[in-house]
Write a protein that binds this ligand. Structure first.
Ligand SMILES: [Zn+2]
Length: 925
């Protein structure tokens, strides 16, 4: 799956900035300056039970026999499905469906009952049969609390192969999970319905009764009975398509052996592109009618990535066709159903002529990610949900590898610094969790889709890949996939395969990273000029961050440290595996500067002694790679928020970056300025605006408004970021006026405007906009012709400053005007907007029950991420009181993490506001 949260913020890139913000201040807030559309990275929070330090795997199903029925969340193993014959007949007008299934099961112990998962289904009949035996009718008893049904038989069913016959009916819900309905308007305003599925983690049981645990793999043969005017898609190719009593009966080929959460059916008026072959596999993109012209970009990366991945894994694609389908209502970003990947529209469809670099990056990332799952996740699947991180971390890692190979000029691994930074931010909280931890109840798995699973997971895999070497790592992955194809595996199985390929003790290296919360801060200092001392202790934003260093029991990590030691003769790379809390390394006498985390792949922060920092600056920061500059700035800012570095020192460091042309490095700086904007009193914000204009002046003078013919895409992207920051945070009136002119030119098509600048124009015009502008943007939202444009104008409605206008946006979040896939993110944006946040918070409190009812669960969690923007002592008190007096379960540790981030923000403001004001005043004069 890909998370939806990266999406509403308009684009990955903006998301990215946001994430940095997250890192930077451990906070996911953002002001209004760049448009509230940026809100919320927030794959943030989660975690189930108290983190365990148990180093073993948590997986194993206790219910291995019929006797062990103690765990209400795990099914017994003495009846196992091997094949499902599913016939589903949805009715899009009554929002309902009827289903029949024949499940072939293997009974290994005589039993008088069969237990399987089902919820919100009405099972009208149950029977078992076997060749040469009398059929037996069962009695069905639903257990809604545990989402199971128990089928009891008067006579014991003997050991053998049986077929379970079930008839059932259900509702096409509007909660974007299970088998659900979606709708869209055509260009004449006519409303059309479609039905789609979203089963991960545990919602297949809402569509058909099944053994809904990933290790109960089986083959699926699906038949969809539909209105003849509609189209049906499932995991495999169509083998029969006939008319029967006025209906269209579409039968699909049998699938490979796979988990229930990967089954998919989609029914509606959908249209497909012609297929493009990727080796033996026909690849098509699907959308609702009228959007076919938005498919070519997604199609290209889909085919490229499928070929790349088959080659990397050394295994052909495991399905018989691949369809990628854009669904108008979709809770997450995308879902890796084998052969039938579903997407929200912004993650698959775009117009290449008008999409920004960031929007293209988002589609490329998500498509590559889902395709990577066809092997890692679908062919080999985690045994239980505790292993989800491996699926998602690996797909995230592969998405970078694929897109980096496809478009090297995008410098994808530098951009990944932003994702890594987001993980460092959340993982610096006391309320973080280990990457892997025990999962018992299914709902615990739902909340596992967070930044720690995806971004921290992918970061530590990248660190490991760089440590072992990319070829050795790939060989280990091939060994793992080949060994467990069509089956299930655990984290330790991957370590075994990587150990096999590398001949190294991979578990010893990885255990702390995977099974303990947090990560190290590596402090560097030089004694007597000839010895470098490396010390590690856990980084946190806690009041006394050094406290974590003292106890002997404090965690420590095996850190693959890559040093760059520069002498008068040149630079030398030195690799050290730091196993101890402290280590000393002899230095050449004539060293001049030392960099830790060379290449930037390590998942840790670095703190240099004053002498070492001076050495780096003296050599020139432009001698560092962009990702190394990114880390230097980002780590320093995090230490500033944590109270370890005075704000004045951080602001002085930013002065060294006026020659910077990398948008990712700028993202850190702009993110930190945005945080300061939130935290300062209104009367002090002009001081910040002055600083922003000063820091950005030379870059803007260089880039100007129009791209040059030979310009890199990343520079085009940076131009948009710089203009946006100047026009909002920097309150630059010239830029604001120029933005108005450019926007008019865009509307009247009197001069070409680079697509990368358009989001900045929208942000600036919202920031400075009046009611007429608001109405105009609301109309653009309704009449948008691409998913990206629709999203951009929707989120612009949260980026105005006039409270009366923002209140209109608030009201829209609970109307049909805004899809429930987007509304929670819009509320979150408003909670971050300093000009409306008090009222937005009141609105949330007043409408909490309604929001809880109508928003998808994952959306509600994202919305609550907005509380981090309520960073005043008064609001913080009120927020805490609200959540203390209600039983609100957002899943895992989400809420604790949001509250901690809020507290860090408030504390930063209270502690450093005066120092920041003074430092700004000195710079401004
Ligand atoms: Zn995924």
């Amino acid at each position: 799956m890909t998370d939806g949260s990266a999406d509403p913020p308009v684009t990955r890139r903006q998301t990215a900035l946001l994430a940095v913000r997250a890192t930077a201040n451990a906070i996911l807030w953002i002001g209004t300056w760049q448009g509230a559309s940026w809100l919320l990275f927030a794959r943030t929070a989660w975690s189930g039970p108290t983190p365990s330090h148990n180093r073993r795997q948590f997986t194993h199903n206790p219910g291995a026999s019929s006797m062990n029925l103690q765990d209400p969340y795990r099914l017994p193993h003495h009846v196992r499905p091997t094949h499902y014959d599913l016939r589903i007949e949805p009715d899009l007008t009554t929002h309902s469906f009827i289903g029949h299934e024949l499940v072939t099961v293997t009974v290994t112990e005589p039993t008088s009952e069969i237990l399987l998962n089902a919820t919100e289904l009405d099972i009208s009949s149950a029977m078992v049969s076997a060749e040469g035996r009398q059929p037996r009718t069962g009695t069905v008893q639903m257990d809604e609390e545990h989402q199971r049904c128990r089928i009891s038989f008067q006579q014991e069913i003997p050991v053998g192969i049986w077929i379970l016959h079930l008839a059932f009916r259900g509702t096409l819900n509007d909660k974007l999970r299970g088998f659900y309905r979606s709708s869209y308007k055509d260009s004449h305003g006519g409303v059309h319905n479609l039905a789609a599925t979203q089963f991960e983690a545990t919602d297949a049981r809402r569509a058909f009764p099944c053994w809904d645990e990933p290790h109960f793999k089986a083959m699926f043969a699906v038949t969809l009975v539909i209105d003849p005017a509609l189209t049906a898609i499932s995991n495999t190719r169509i083998i029969e398509d006939r008319q029967e009593q006025g209906k269209r009966v579409v039968r699909f080929a049998e699938s490979i052996k796979m988990s229930t959460y990967l089954v998919a059916f989609i029914v509606g008026e959908l249209v497909a592109t012609p297929p493009i072959m990727a080796q033996q596999t026909p690849v098509r993109l699907w959308s609702v009618p009228g959007k076919q012209h938005l498919t070519s970009f997604g199609h290209e990366i889909a085919v490229y990535s499928l070929n790349f991945l088959a080659d990397y894994y050394g295994i052909p694609y495991p399905g018989d066709k691949l369809d990628l389908i854009a669904i108008p209502d979709f809770a997450s970003g995308a879902m890796e159903n084998l052969g039938a990947i579903t997407f929200r529209e912004t993650a698959l469809l775009l117009d290449q002529r008008t999409a920004t670099h960031a929007e293209q990056g988002r589609v490329a990332d998500v498509v590559a990610h889902e395709n990577a799952h066809m092997w890692f996740g679908d062919l080999v699947t985690m045994a239980w949900w505790n292993g989800l991180w491996l699926n998602e971390a690996f797909a995230t890692f592969m998405e970078m590898l694929v897109v980096d190979a496809w478009k090297p000029q995008w410098e994808r691994w530098t951009a990944f610094g932003i994702a890594r930074a987001a993980a460092l931010s959340v993982d610096g909280l006391l309320s973080t969790r280990p990457i892997e931890f025990p999962v018992r109840a299914p709902k615990e798995a739902e909340a596992m889709f967070d930044v720690l699973t995806y971004e921290k997971g992918a970061s530590v895999l990248r660190m490991l890949e760089q440590h072992l070497g990319s070829t050795v790592f790939r060989d280990g992955v091939r060994h793992y996939l080949t060994s467990h194809a069509y089956g299930n595996a655990e984290t330790t199985d991957l370590w075994v395969s990587l150990g096999h390929a590398s001949q190294q003790d991979v578990p010893a290296l990885m255990n702390e990273w995977i099974f303990s919360p947090g990560y190290p801060l590596l402090s560097l200092s030089v004694d007597t000029h000839s010895t470098l001392t490396l010390r590690q202790h856990r980084f946190t934003y806690a009041e006394d961050a050094s406290a974590a260093a003292s106890p002997a029991a404090a965690p420590h990590w095996q850190i693959p440290v890559q040093l760059r030691i520069v002498t008068e003769q040149g630079a030398e790379t030195r690799r050290v595996l730091l196993r101890e809390r402290e280590s000393r390394i002899p230095l050449p006498n004539n060293w001049t500067s030392i960099l830790a985390n060379e290449g930037g792949h390590g998942f840790y922060r670095v703190r240099y002694s004053a002498e070492l920092l001076v050495g780096l600056q003296a050599r020139g920061l432009d001698t560092l790679d962009p990702v190394e500059r990114f880390n230097l700035l980002n780590d320093t800012w995090a230490s500033t928020v944590a109270g370890m570095v005075p704000p004045a020192d951080y602001l002085a460091l930013t002065e060294h970056f006026h020659g910077e042309r990398d948008p990712h490095v700028w993202a850190v700086m702009l993110g930190s300025f945005s945080t300061l904007h939130q935290l300062l009193a209104e009367e002090d914000r002009p001081l910040l605006a002055t600083l922003v204009r000063k820091r950005l002046a030379s870059t803007f003078a260089d880039l100007g408004w129009a791209p040059r013919a030979d310009e890199r895409e990343l520079v085009r992207e940076l131009r948009g970021d710089i203009i946006r920051a100047l026009g909002t945070l920097g309150r630059d009136e010239t830029v604001q006026a120029q933005a108005g002119d450019a926007y008019r030119a865009l509307q009247t098509q009197t001069r070409p405007i680079d697509p990368n600048v358009i989001p900045a124009l929208v942000s600036i015009l919202a920031f400075t906009g009046d009611e007429a502008r608001y109405d105009e943007f609301a109309r653009h939202f309704r009449e948008a012709t691409t998913p990206q444009e629709e999203r951009r104008y929707l989120f612009s409605l949260a980026a105005f400053r006039n409270p009366a206008l923002l209140e209109r946006t608030l009201a829209k979040t609970l109307t049909d005007e805004v899809r429930t896939q987007d509304a929670p993110f819009l509320v979150s944006s408003l909670l971050h907007n300093i000009y409306i946040r008090e009222k937005a918070w009141e609105f949330v409190k007043t409408h909490w029950e309604q929001m809880d009812r109508v928003f998808p669960k994952s959306g509600l969690r994202r919305m609550c991420g907005g509380i981090v923007g309520l960073s005043t002592p008064e609001l913080e008190r009120d927020v805490r009181q609200f959540f203390a007096t209600r039983t609100i379960d957002l899943g895992g540790k989400s809420l604790a993490q949001y509250l901690e981030q809020l507290h860090i923000a408030v504390r930063f403001g209270e502690r450093d506001r005066e120092a920041i004001r003074a430092a700004l005043a000195r710079t401004a004069t």
